[in-house]
Design a protein around this ligand. Structure first.
Ligand code: PDD
Length: 295
């Protein structure tokens, strides 16, 4: 089905809200939704390549993990969630882009206390069509600046509380960079919306271990398994921002960028100011392997 168009001629997406497929301008969520009032919601972003979903089972598994950690219910089956993803990709004719899925605890008159059992979770999904493979970031790399990590203590849960990361990206932009890496006690935690990696001068690929301080990235995990399978296991250990500035290469991983080369950190050039060979090799491997498993 062709996407409808608004009066201005802008392609109007079909979005999903609580069981219904509706034009984006007609989609409604209550002003009492707890995600709107308290940030009480979780989300996933799955990428689409060639009309197929990348790393989908892992995104579903993480949605369940986030819900469990917050005592939030998921009333829709995994099969139904996959079917909704596919239906939106098809209705909006997404060849390359992402599907955003948000689940909230539900809507109830404003109160800090809540009774999950009495609430009906809100489920919203929409698509965004955009190039993911042939992008300026992939070709030219990205400039990173460091900022303090001032987020809460459960960054391992993928909640919609994204104000600090959003302000962090704005600060990076105002400092002439593309994104920010967050630093706690001198150690890099992660990027504002991605996991952080360095390649040392001796060729080791390093990323910090999982903990409550970072999101367990799906792209991170997939890349690590592909790298191990090809004979180069990723070393999981903390690294400081000073070590990162002196690394041979650096890169980020996320569902929407895959493997994104970093070409400078706080103004210090890495790999001669262009994407490094190890990073580009890993990006190629990730794309090949994840496409094989796309559904
Ligand atoms: N962000 N760390 C943070 C803080 C993130 O927000 C993300 C993802 C990641 C990478 O996780 P994954 O590989 O599963 O995408 C790490 C998504 C893409 C977003 O908010 O748009």
């Amino acid at each position: 089905m062709k996407p409808k168009h608004s009066k201005q001629g802008i392609a109007m997406r079909t979005v999903y809200v609580n069981g219904a497929y509706v034009p984006e301008t007609e989609a409604k969520v209550s002003v009492f939704d707890r995600a709107f009032l308290f940030g009480d919601g979780i989300y996933e972003v799955a990428s689409v390549l060639g009309g197929k979903l990348i790393d989908f089972p892992a995104h579903i598994a993480r949605l369940h993990r986030s819900a469990n950690e917050l005592g939030m219910r998921i009333d829709v089956s995994d099969e139904e969630i996959l079917a909704i993803h596919r239906e939106l990709v098809s209705r909006n004719e997404v060849e390359e882009g992402v599907v955003y899925m948000q689940l909230t605890r539900g809507a109830v008159d404003r109160d800090f206390m809540f009774d999950t059992e009495k609430l009906k979770p809100t489920l919203v999904l929409f698509t965004q069509t955009r190039p993911l493979v042939d992008t300026a970031v992939a070709r030219n790399g990205m400039k990173i600046v460091s900022i303090p990590d001032l987020r809460w203590g459960r960054c391992d849960i993928k909640t919609v509380q994204l104000l600090y990361p959003s302000l962090g990206k704005m600060e990076a932009k105002s400092r002439g960079a593309d994104d920010a890496w967050m630093v706690r006690d001198g150690v890099v935690t992660e990027g504002t919306s991605n996991n952080a990696f360095i390649v040392t001068k001796t060729g080791a690929i390093v990323t910090r271990p999982l903990s409550n301080a970072i999101l367990p990235g799906i792209t991170r995990a997939a890349l690590m398994s592909y790298s191990t399978a090809s004979g180069t296991p990723v070393e999981e250990r903390e690294f400081t921002i000073d070590e990162a500035r002196e690394a041979a290469e650096a890169f980020i991983t996320s569902a929407s960028v895959f493997v994104g080369p970093v070409i400078s950190i706080d103004g210090v050039e890495l790999s001669g100011g262009k994407p490094g060979p190890v990073t580009l090799g890993l990006r190629k491997t990730y794309l090949e392997e994840s496409l094989k498993r796309a559904i």
